[in-house]
Design a protein around this ligand. Structure first.
Ligand SMILES: Nc1ncnc2c1ncn2[C@@H]1O[C@H](COP(=O)(O)OP(=O)(O)OP(=O)(O)O)[C@@H](O)[C@H]1O
Length: 464
């Protein structure tokens, strides 16, 4: 498609020179000799210019008043203003109205070309961004949470409701792979904050000190290694949403700082006295039983109650097997498109296996299994031999026969969460050393303190 340019210029000679010049350079150009003509082109003839190159003063008015009168009606365009000598005082107002740049008349064509090219790039980037946001809106509507079971329908209804109301915090619960991340995206992109940032942070991924400076930011010199000022994620998410995954892993003192930030709607960067107001919606997710953690004193009750004004708990796949059909269809279509395959039929034998499986890794495990099958498919039939669904003895634990004498087998197919793997390795090592922490720590290359901390974290037993 041609780049489109609207020239608004009353000087006949200059106007026709500009028109000729840019047509020759490949632009589709319209030339309006006053603001009335420009308005007609923009609003009545639906001319959608990438760029408007306009003189400041036209016979029927000033272009800044014109820009103001059009606010919101002409989008995805940049304004480039040509000013006569001495009209610079208007520049503040022009910039406020969104003008891209000024050039003083008379100006050299070569310079004008450079500014025009830069402005065009700027609009194209804006258009791409707007397109991506639109795609996300579509991708993350409540309908993106697929399934026909009653429980899934209820979650979808809740999502539709929640995207219409302003809420400050919410907890998303559910086992690993049940769609907590997907739900967070639906809540953000389906709601009023969609055009502002969604910032995700996995609280289990960072050590405590780093987590604090990631969240709240720091001033230069706040601690060793803090060379420059850093805006924390609260500030980066301004106007939008902060998705705190694995919130159960956050240390208690950081939990109280988080609670204060949510209640006061203010944060303070590390090493700074100044409070900064923030407007951020918090979505907190955990696959752990936060209520139980509160009862055991492992998670702050006040933070939990502040966050759980609204609570969404996502069902595990083994309880909503009616959803398998729609989910399988969704993932087959997704991987057909990604891999250029044409799988159309899921044989009855495959359905039987899919229905019989317990799905410890939930929808993520299903998605991984379907991906593997579609990638290995030779024709229109889903190859059941690639389902390779293991029998699981305990949820999230590999079958015993997969452990070897001096090692353990860990499946990397999404069926086990990282925490479950950690817990499984520690439990197996302890069992092999009759619960002796010193011996188990040696075998794992860890200190006794580290191992004790994790034994407590996972509620495992050591010999007394
Ligand atoms: N109901 C659903 N409909 C469509 N896709 C789903 C659904 N539930 C989960 N998924 C997909 O399954 C995958 C895993 O989901 P997601 O990452 O959101 O899980 P999670 O609960 O955040 O996992 P974890 O606790 O391990 O972070 C994603 O690709 C997600 O889009």
């Amino acid at each position: 498609m041609l780049n489109t340019l609207l020239i608004v210029e009353d000087e006949a000679l200059f106007g026709s020179e500009l028109t000729r010049h840019y047509r020759k350079a490949g632009w589709e150009v319209e030339w309006a000799k006053d603001l009335k003509e420009a308005r007609e082109l923009l609003l009545e003839h639906d001319f959608e210019p990438l760029l408007i190159l306009s003189d400041m003063n036209l016979p029927d008015g000033n272009v800044l008043d014109f820009m103001e009168s059009l606010q919101g009606q002409v989008v995805n365009t940049e304004w480039l203003l040509l000013t006569g000598y001495g009209s610079v005082p208007d520049s503040v107002r022009a910039l406020r109205l969104g003008a891209y740049d000024f050039l003083e008349k008379p100006c050299e064509m070569a310079r004008l070309d450079l500014v025009v090219a830069a402005a065009a790039r700027s609009v194209q980037a804006q258009k791409r961004l707007a397109q991506q946001v639109r795609q996300r809106f579509r991708r993350y509507s409540p309908e993106a949470y697929v399934g026909k079971s009653r429980a899934t329908q209820r979650v979808r209804e809740m999502l539709a409701r929640l995207t219409r109301v302003p809420f400050s915090a919410l907890i998303i619960g559910g086992e690993t792979g049940t769609g907590k991340g997907l739900v967070a995206r639906i809540l953000h992109y389906g709601g009023k904050r969609a055009e502002n940032p969604l910032i995700e942070l996995n609280c289990a991924a960072l050590p405590r000190e780093l987590l604090e400076s990631e969240l709240f930011g720091h001033e230069a010199g706040a601690f060793t290694g803090a060379l420059a000022r850093h805006r924390g994620l609260f500030e980066q998410a301004e106007g939008g949403t902060l998705f705190l995954d694995e919130i159960g892993e956050m240390s208690p003192d950081l939990q109280s700082k988080l609670l204060k930030a949510i209640e006061d709607r203010k944060i303070r960067r590390l090493g700074s006295e100044k409070e900064i107001s923030v407007d951020v919606q918090i979505l907190a997710a955990s696959h752990r039983d936060l209520e139980g953690m509160v009862r055991r004193g492992e998670f702050r009750g006040d933070l939990y109650h502040r966050l759980s004004v609204f609570k969404l708990t996502l069902p595990p796949l083994r309880e909503i097997k009616e959803d398998l059909e729609e989910l399988v269809e969704l993932f087959v279509a997704e991987f057909n498109a990604k891999a250029g395959k044409h799988v159309k039929v899921v044989p009855e034998a495959a359905w039987a296996e899919l229905r019989a499986h317990d799905w410890p890794g939930n929808v993520r495990e299903l998605r991984n299994v379907i991906e593997r099958c579609v990638l290995f498919a030779e024709g229109p039939q889903l190859p059941a031999e690639w389902l390779q669904l293991r029998r699981n003895d305990a949820r999230g634990m590999p079958a015993d026969d997969t452990a070897t004498a001096d090692g353990v087998f860990i499946p990397l197919d999404g069926s086990m969460a990282l925490d479950d793997m950690d817990c499984y390795i520690i439990r197996t090592t302890l069992e092999r050393h009759d619960g002796n922490v010193t011996a188990a720590a040696r075998a794992l290359g860890a200190t006794r303190e580290t191992l004790r901390y994790r034994i407590r974290k996972y509620g495992l037993k050591e010999s007394s």
